[in-house]
Design a protein around this ligand. Structure first.
Ligand SMILES: *[C@@H]1O[C@H](CO)[C@@H](O)[C@H](O)[C@H]1NC(C)=O
Ligand SMILES: *[C@@H]1O[C@H](CO)[C@@H](O)[C@H](O)[C@H]1NC(C)=O
Ligand SMILES: *[C@@H]1O[C@H](CO)[C@@H](O)[C@H](O)[C@H]1NC(C)=O
Ligand SMILES: *[C@@H]1O[C@H](CO)[C@@H](O)[C@H](O)[C@H]1NC(C)=O
Ligand SMILES: *[C@@H]1O[C@H](CO)[C@@H](O)[C@H](O)[C@H]1NC(C)=O
Ligand SMILES: *[C@@H]1O[C@H](CO)[C@@H](O)[C@H](O)[C@H]1NC(C)=O
Ligand SMILES: *[C@@H]1O[C@H](CO)[C@@H](O)[C@H](O)[C@H]1NC(C)=O
Ligand SMILES: *[C@@H]1O[C@H](CO)[C@@H](O)[C@H](O)[C@H]1NC(C)=O
Length: 710
């Protein structure tokens, strides 16, 4: 789950370590064997192929056992081919060598990484925004997460007609779980029902497609109308995570089902470190979704600001970073002398402005306010004041404020130097943040380590301090011991939250352009994004933080030109990454001949990026691109290059003018980038803008070399 844990940064990863170390013993009991995913590419077409019996016969052949009970964990058979099974290491090796097998890899656990945010992006409430209600109501978003709370007002079906005719899914959320005409489907891969006991899945689902619910707040904090990007759309919940994480074999099952069930957009706020595509279950599932016209939107990860931390790296998914909105939550610390310090937290507790003694790092605290670098929250203190390390307001289990390092140090020396200092912590208030949007420090950054010439993340969207639906069974502060509160709406931050914002935007675009491919929707979102300034992230990582910029839903409806791609283009890209024709034939289900001279950077992607192997020599790099006119006939686009601050690139576009006579017309051009050297500290970047006077079609161009690890 790609949200920030509320009380500790280690809780989830510690569980993961324990999980891995407790299953290392190898015995004959199949339950003790590792679960491996056997990926077999596309389903063979035409023939009367029976995937499940094929999977079982492979297992029988490999194990030599007639009964393979307990071995087969899952069969992928509706949208692509493969299975998950308990195997020994020698068995794994033998299967990997079998014909028809693309890859065999261990299943593992990945982590999941209001309202005001849609107004901030310009998608206003009610009839202030252009909508296509009939089509929106036929749009289905599949959310892969911790399940959903069906009784939430955000998922009420008041005013909804029956599910769209194309819907082929089911409601199998377990006991006491009912779907409705808003929440039209649910599946559970954990055996504990699709009910969300965490809160994360309800949160992401409502950000993408929740109803407009007035008066939603966290104990009054952030009070307003909570709503999703496409409030009239339907939701299908695929529960793939429990409290310990999200199993990759379950993720693949959810893709297998969601594609066949008929969802339009998949939102998956889950990730880990970047791995090769043939072992990355999100990339595998998203590839088959793309082949069926379904766009997958994925969170970039919360491992920033470290370079190369982005975990979502395939071009057939839209990868989303997280940034701030113009609303932020502040929790003031007021000293007895009247001085106020602005801290961060989501503190719903009201001390009624009563002053209490402030004490610094004392082990026994009672009836006092603890000022501490170490303790996150003390049970016996009236309140705790800590040093802020992440610059994000997190729901606290007890009264708490996190001060900036400067303010914290000021407070420590004040407490140390003054006898019997007193102060208080106020309830959190929402304030206007005029610096927004700014990338969140935690948002994972490029460069992409798997395809070094493909810029990732693609885009940024609101992912900081988002108020949305929650599960009343979850703990808003993730501290069940100290915090017995149960809420219907809560505040969470993470790329988990920015991902469903973009899934909502993608669905919104689709309601106006039903015939657009996933790549066309992705291109529209990227080329119309707000351009972000270099100073927003620190010089070295601007493009690797924001990608194309900040999502602009209204502009994305009418991009003018799109960089389109189909399955064959992605296969050619994989040829360029040296995947073999045999593997690509299995993956794509079609004959493939790699010609041997394709370069990954010539993929018709809406951004352009190239990694140079040498730092100090002069270079010339060419990108080939083709745009499709989706604007007006007889429009003439003129190219313009804007060099980013400090960039020493020379960029030429040929031809520099494109005259589009008809809609759907395609025209190709090349972008040639040259320079004398690249500074490792300063990737050289520019923007290409095609403009016909009405539309601005902007692509980032980034040339870099090994980025210093800062
Ligand atoms: C928008 O909705 C408001 C209130 O529902 C209504 O009064 C107004 O006429 C509507 N405007 C348009 C342009 O439909
Ligand atoms: C079913 O779930 C609802 C919502 O949590 C709860 O109020 C109700 O008691 C549950 N019923 C049963 C039989 O568990
Ligand atoms: C939220 O705002 C509405 C409208 O201003 C108000 O009626 C309601 O009491 C507020 N809720 C809370 C919990 O403050
Ligand atoms: C507190 O003050 C004492 C002496 O005035 C000093 O030695 C100590 O380092 C101070 N501690 C902090 C945390 O500032
Ligand atoms: C693919 O193989 C060619 C030839 O061996 C090599 O030059 C190229 O760097 C490889 N590309 C990648 C992405 O590994
Ligand atoms: C690159 O060139 C500069 C200036 O010519 C020189 O100072 C630097 O040492 C060179 N760096 C490398 C890695 O060769
Ligand atoms: C790129 O475009 C140029 C000019 O149209 C063309 O000569 C070249 O063959 C293209 N390269 C690739 C790899 O398609
Ligand atoms: C585009 O231009 C051509 C030639 O000038 C003209 O015949 C055609 O009607 C124009 N199309 C539109 C839609 O304006």
């Amino acid at each position: 789950m790609e949200k920030l844990p509320a009380n500790s940064f280690c809780v989830l990863s510690c569980v993961l370590v324990l999980f891995l170390s407790s299953v290392s013993a190898v015995t004959d009991d199949p339950q003790d064997k590792q679960v491996y995913i056997v990926y077999m590419g596309s389903l063979p077409s035409g023939l009367e192929y029976r995937p499940m019996s094929h999977h079982m016969s492979i297992l029988q052949e490999i194990t030599g056992e007639s009964s393979i009970e307990g071995r087969l964990v899952r069969s992928y058979k509706r949208s692509f081919n493969g299975f998950a099974a308990r195997l020994s290491e020698p068995e794994r090796q033998r299967i990997a060598e079998m014909e028809g097998v693309v890859s065999v890899f261990r299943s593992k656990k990945l982590q999941i990484q209001t309202t005001a945010s849609w107004d901030f992006m310009g998608l206003k409430e009610g009839n202030k925004t252009k909508r296509n209600p009939a089509v929106e109501s036929d749009t289905i978003i599949g959310v892969f997460d911790t399940g959903i709370w069906p009784e939430s007002e955000s998922f009420s079906d008041k005013g909804f007609g029956p599910p769209p005719k194309k819907w082929k899914g089911v409601c199998s959320g377990g006991k006491n779980f009912t779907c409705n005409n808003k929440l039209i489907g649910a599946r559970d891969y954990e055996g504990e029902g699709a009910r969300d006991v965490d809160g994360h899945g309800s949160h992401t689902s409502s950000i993408a497609a929740g109803n407009a619910v007035a008066g939603a707040s966290f104990f009054g904090i952030g009070n307003g109308t909570a709503r999703g990007g496409v409030p009239a759309a339907r939701i299908a919940a695929y529960k793939i995570c429990d409290s310990t994480g999200c199993k990759t074999d379950a993720i693949l099952s959810a893709f297998d089902d969601a594609i066949a069930d008929g969802v339009d957009i998949i939102s998956i706020s889950i990730g880990g470190v970047a791995i090769r595509y043939e072992e990355d279950t999100t990339a595998i599932g998203a590839f088959h979704a793309m082949a069926k016209g379904i766009l997958t939107v994925n969170s970039a990860g919360n491992d920033g600001p470290k370079p190369t931390s982005v975990g979502s790296v395939a071009p057939w998914m839209l990868t989303v970073g997280a940034s701030t909105t113009n609303r932020e939550f502040l929790t003031k610390v007021v000293l007895q002398n009247g001085k106020a310090l602005s801290g961060r937290s989501v503190n719903a507790f009201d001390l009624k402005r009563k002053n209490y003694p402030l004490v610094y790092e004392r082990s026994k605290v009672k009836g006092e306010i603890l000022v501490s670098r170490e303790t996150v929250s003390s049970e016996t203190a009236v309140a705790t004041i800590i040093e802020d390390e992440i610059n994000v307001a997190i729901v606290s289990a007890r009264p708490l404020s996190a001060l900036s390092p400067d303010d914290f140090n000021f407070l420590v020396s004040y407490v140390n130097s003054t006898k019997s200092t007193q102060g208080t912590v106020l309830k959190t208030e929402a304030v206007f943040n005029q610096e927004a949007p700014k990338i969140a420090s935690f948002s994972s950054r490029g460069p992409n380590t798997i395809a070094v010439d493909l810029l990732k993340p693609d885009i940024t969207a609101p992912g900081v301090e988002i108020l949305a639906a929650f599960s009343p069974l979850g703990s808003p502060s993730e501290d069940e011991v100290l915090d017995p509160r149960h809420v219907k709406y809560s505040v969470i931050s993470g790329t988990s939250m920015s991902c469903p914002h973009v899934a909502g935007v993608a669905a919104y675009i689709k309601t106006f352009h039903l015939d657009w491919s996933p790549a066309a929707i992705q291109s529209a979102i990227m080329t119309t994004a707000w351009s972000m300034k270099a100073s927003d992230t620190g010089v070295a990582s601007t493009d690797f933080a924001y990608g194309a910029g900040h999502v602009d839903p209204i502009a994305a409806l009418n991009p003018g030109l799109v960089y389109d791609l189909d399955k064959a283009d992605h296969v050619t890209f994989l040829c360029g990454l040296n995947y073999t024709s045999e593997a690509l034939k299995l993956i794509s289900g079609e004959a493939v001949t790699c010609t041997g001279n394709t370069l990954p950077r010539n993929l018709n992607y809406p951004s352009m990026s190239a990694k140079l192997s040498e730092t100090n020599s002069s270079f010339t790099i060419t990108f080939n691109r083709t745009v499709t006119n989706v604007g007006t006939p007889n429009s003439t686009y003129i190219s313009k290059i804007i060099l980013n601050h400090g960039s020493k690139l020379s960029v030429k576009v040929s031809p520099s003018v494109l005259a589009m006579k008809t809609v759907k017309e395609k025209q190709s051009f090349t972008v040639t980038v040259s320079g004398s050297s690249i500074d490792p500290q300063l990737p050289s970047s520019a923007s290409l803008i095609w403009s016909d006077g009405t539309h601005k079609v902007r692509s980032p161009i980034v040339v870099y070399t090994d980025v210093a690890n800062d």
